[in-house]
Design a binder for this molecule. Structure first.
Ligand code: ATP
Ligand code: MG
Length: 415
């Protein structure tokens, strides 16, 4: 029986420290996205189930195994969004944005997938992402990738991740390749995993993505999509690679990278890490030129990516966080007569943008300890003498040095 006082499996309470990290990640990505001209949008966290069924493809794991789908009281089938792109495509179509191309959007928020919870994999998790709609040029792919690079750099994570890219080519390339791949894999059908056998008819390219060891072994001999690319598709990929090189963004080509969803074409990419075990994907995306049309909208090319905030947060170094946020200072009341003056100073300091800790219980020693624990670099001590002489004692908590200042001297310190 479930215990109603526990959080649902795969969900977590985000406590202040974790929320600090989340906010650092989302604020940083929002700011960088803005430099690239991406405006923020927020779509609802649930949609009609069809929005996801139609966009993600009937054979996608997300649709078959991972969706939180329910009937609402009116009898409509609704689904908690498992990812952002489908909702954004729906918004793009229902809002008539084809009239105002190109569209560059940034989003952040919770996503929901029924998966086996483990480190870096949850049932409610959070993504940040960008989508660029209406641009055919491979330079848009480079732009999205550069944005992700700038973000990972700003978060201090660039040395912990590497960029893998691949191309799926255009439709013609994939049709040509599909035939060859199926012919090859059919020979080994009995040895493939059950999932891959099922995919052989429905979506053979996805077999390349299989994590099953036997599948992987068979695949080492499989033909490469690269050999079946049309000239246009080859050129497209060349431009993306050249763009990345020009910007000094290092990448690896991974011919096995196909991404889990049906709607991708041309460029696909993933920033991966070796530091999170099986949860190696930190940021993933690609081009999806057929998506909007497949949902009933006008033919509109698109490219974008999404990144898991929990995984970014797990990779974040504490030191990155200390660079942000306000200066911390403690106000210590050493005598009751100093209460009101301390209250006032605390207020003034907060108005000047300090984060102020004012411990209100325990003796002087306890209060000092509390200030230290809160990470304050300074403590301002006010007792009987300070009130009488209208002075302030300022203690440097890292060196222990202290000095007594007039109010004027004190405020000059921080200006
Ligand atoms: P994985 O291979 O780890 O299942 P995915 O291919 O399903 O990832 P996407 O659908 O591309 O992931 O989602 C984009 C990003 O969202 C991933 O790169 C990852 O960082 C994050 N992510 C995906 N699923 C989860 C989850 N259940 N919990 C936490 N983060 C997730
Ligand atoms: Mg997944």
């Amino acid at each position: 029986m479930s215990n109603n006082l526990q959080a649902v499996r795969g969900t977590r309470d985000l406590l202040p420290e974790e929320c600090d990290r989340f906010r650092f990640i989302t604020d940083t990505s929002y700011n960088i996205a803005r430099l690239y001209g991406y405006g923020e949008i927020a779509t609802p966290i649930f949609e009609f189930t069809d929005v996801f069924k139609r966009t993600l493809g009937e054979t996608a794991d997300i649709v078959n195994k991972e969706m939180y789908t329910f009937l609402d009281r009116g009898g409509d089938s609704l689904t908690l969004r498992p990812e952002g792109t489908a909702s954004i495509a729906r918004c793009f179509i229902s809002g008539g944005f084809a009239q105002s191309l190109p569209v560059r959007w940034f989003y952040s928020g919770p996503m929901f997938r029924y998966e086996r919870p483990q480190k870096g994999r949850y049932r409610q998790f959070h993504q940040i992402g960008v989508e660029c709609l209406g641009v055919n040029s491979p330079l848009a792919d480079v732009e999205c990738l550069a944005l992700s690079y700038d973000l990972l750099k700003a978060l201090g994570l660039i040395d912990k991740v590497q960029l893998e890219i691949n191309t799926l080519g255009d439709l013609e390339s994939r049709i040509r390749y599909r035939e060859q791949l199926v012919a090859f894999l059919a020979k080994y059908k009995q040895d493939l995993s059950k999932d891959s056998q099922d995919r052989l008819d429905k979506n053979p390219l996805r077999i390349l993505d299989s994590k099953d060891e036997r599948d992987q072994k068979i695949l080492t001999e499989a033909p490469h999509l690269f050999q079946y690319l049309t000239e246009d598709s080859k050129q497209f990929f060349e431009t993306v690679k050249e763009g990345l090189s020009r910007l000094g963004i290092p990448f690896l080509i991974n011919p096995q990278l196909v991404r889990g969803l049906d709607y991708y074409c041309h460029t696909v990419f993933e920033w991966t890490t070796t530091q999170l075990g099986a949860q190696s994907a930190v940021l993933s995306g690609g081009r999806y030129d057929g998506l909007i049309q497949s949902m009933g909208g006008p033919q509109t090319p698109g490219v974008g990516w999404a990144s898991g905030v929990e995984r970014l947060s797990l990779l974040l170094d504490e030191t990155n966080l200390h660079k942000v946020g306000p200066k911390k200072i403690a106000v210590i009341i050493a005598d009751e007569s100093a209460e009101m003056r301390s209250l006032q100073l605390t207020h003034q300091l907060r108005q000047k943008g300090f984060q102020v800790e004012m411990p209100l219980s325990g003796n002087l020693g306890k209060k000092m300890k509390r200030a230290d624990k809160a990470g304050c670099s300074w403590a301002l001590v006010l007792g009987e003498n300070e009130i009488k002489e209208q002075k302030i004692t300022l203690k440097d908590l890292s060196s222990g040095a202290q000095e007594t200042l007039s109010e004027e001297q004190f405020w000059n310190r921080w200006s």
